[in-house]
Write a protein of this length. Structure first.
Length: 155
């Protein structure tokens, strides 16, 4: 089985905003040949090995979640791994032909912002700038499973 660790090692272990490694990683995970089960294993691997926001596993996790939009019939747009002042700082966008838009925030740790209201304000600004007529917010929060959890209620 191919693991995220192996792919990251081949790419140089670093996924950076606007970097060639991130572009190649995204092209790799978007291939239709990967099964949903394979993607689930990669997501679990990323959660098990992530050590923080700037960790390559955390960034791979973000890209994997964003890439799922293609499987749901959306056009996808990857955002930034690290926010920059004065720039759009979303994790990803899923958009349908009819204009329906979902702005994604992907988190693997406890809530990183002051409040949900802060995120709401940011999304309102983004929708005005981009002139989204119909948009939704989707916050994906994923954390490690408890080692004693009953695996029958997962996935």
């Amino acid at each position: 089985m191919i693991e995220v660790k192996d792919v990251l090692n081949l790419l140089g272990k670093e996924l950076k905003d606007d970097g060639e490694e991130a572009k190649r990683f995204r092209e790799f995970i978007e291939q239709e040949k990967w099964t949903t089960e394979q993607i689930r294993k990669w997501l679990d691997e990323c959660i098990a090995n992530s050590s923080g926001a700037h960790d390559p596993y955390n960034r791979a996790f973000q890209d994997l979640v964003i890439s799922l939009g293609k499987r749901f019939g959306f056009e996808i747009q990857y955002g930034r791994y690290t926010g920059k002042s004065g720039e759009e700082n979303y994790d990803g966008i899923w958009r349908r032909e009819n204009g329906d838009t979902i702005v994604l925030e992907v988190k693997t740790s406890t809530w990183p912002i002051g409040s949900v209201g802060q995120l709401g304000e940011y999304l309102e600004e983004l929708s005005k700038e981009r002139r989204y007529q119909k948009y939704f917010r989707f916050i994906c929060y994923w954390q490690r499973r408890c080692p004693t959890a009953d695996r029958t209620d997962t996935w």
